[in-house]
Design a protein around this ligand. Structure first.
Ligand SMILES: Nc1ncnc2c1ncn2[C@@H]1O[C@H](COP(=O)(O)OP(=O)(O)OP(=O)(O)O)[C@@H](O)[C@H]1O
Ligand SMILES: [Mg+2]
Length: 249
């Protein structure tokens, strides 16, 4: 159709997921992945960057603020994802945001120093993204930015700045956060995260007999037609798999 506005989509690399959002995230968008502990936020986020490099030839940056880069690499190997292989090719860069804070020396190529302010933090991320020409970015997690900066009260301002920078560089980003109580509508820790993000994906559990089952809900995705249904997903040996035709009771 002439003149029709076509939105460029970025495929997530998560089987079943893109079918729910018209083929992928709108390019350049910032998506919040939220959920309680153990719901799969880190796996979802890393899969996005890893598959981005492996399947779509797109460089990506992972800023890890909850676990050291080496621990993340090891954990992700369980899914058959060899992050190091792509780091060597400069397709993936992992920013270690933990070692300096806990006082462990780090030999990582990208390390966030212990005592930095919000501006330095944002500048550093910008630099790393540019250095490998990243198209994808993950920050895991927002609450640990706040904690790390030791200025939690400034988190709203910092997130707004972060959002502006991300929009300007045009990377498609996943930010993770804690959902204190999704069933009562509290889906992000500081509340501001869900407003700055152009998309919100909730990962959560539902009780099914004596078992907890995982489900995913797309709470918002701008420029995208999506349903508000809960979809079952699993964390398998190959990472997250979503079942678009499955039912959650
Ligand atoms: N190799 C694996 N195969 C299958 N399931 C796994 C595997 N590794 C982890 N899991 C599942 O994934 C869960 C952890 O997922 P993940 O670390 O992505 O969650 P998270 O939401 O980031 O948690 P946190 O709040 O602790 O950061 C584990 O509790 C486990 O149930
Ligand atoms: Mg995590």
């Amino acid at each position: 159709m002439i003149g029709k506005y076509e939105i460029e989509r970025v495929e997530s690399g998560i089987p079943g997921f893109d079918d729910l959002i018209q083929g992928g995230f709108p390019k350049g968008t910032t998506v919040l992945v939220t959920g309680p502990t153990g719901s799969g936020k880190t796996t979802f986020a890393v899969q996005f960057v890893y598959k981005g490099a492996e399947m779509y030839n797109e460089p990506g940056v992972i800023v890890t603020l909850e676990e050291r880069a080496q621990d993340l690499r090891r954990e992700m190997k369980a899914f058959g994802w060899d992050l190091e292989e792509y780091e060597k090719k400069r397709m993936i860069a992992i920013v270690d945001g933990v070692s300096a804070v806990v006082g462990i020396p780090s030999e990582e190529p990208f390390v966030l120093e212990g005592n930095i302010n919000a501006e330095d933090f944002l500048r550093y991320i910008y630099r790393v993204v540019k250095s490998i020409n990243a198209k994808r970015l993950v920050i895991d997690s927002i609450p640990s930015i706040a904690f790390r900066l030791r200025e939690e009260s400034r988190i709203r301002e910092v997130l707004l700045q972060l959002n502006t920078i991300l929009l300007e560089i045009g990377v498609t980003s996943i930010l993770t956060t804690e959902a204190p109580d999704p069933s009562r509508g509290r889906i992000s820790k500081y509340c501001v995260e869900e407003y700055i993000a152009r998309g919100v994906v909730l990962l959560d559990f539902v009780e099914k007999g004596v078992e907890l089952k995982r489900y995913l809900l797309i709470r918002k995705m701008r420029e995208t037609k999506h349903s508000m249904k809960k979809y079952p997903f699993e964390i398998t040996e190959e990472g997250i798999v979503v079942y678009p035709s499955g039912e959650v009771y």
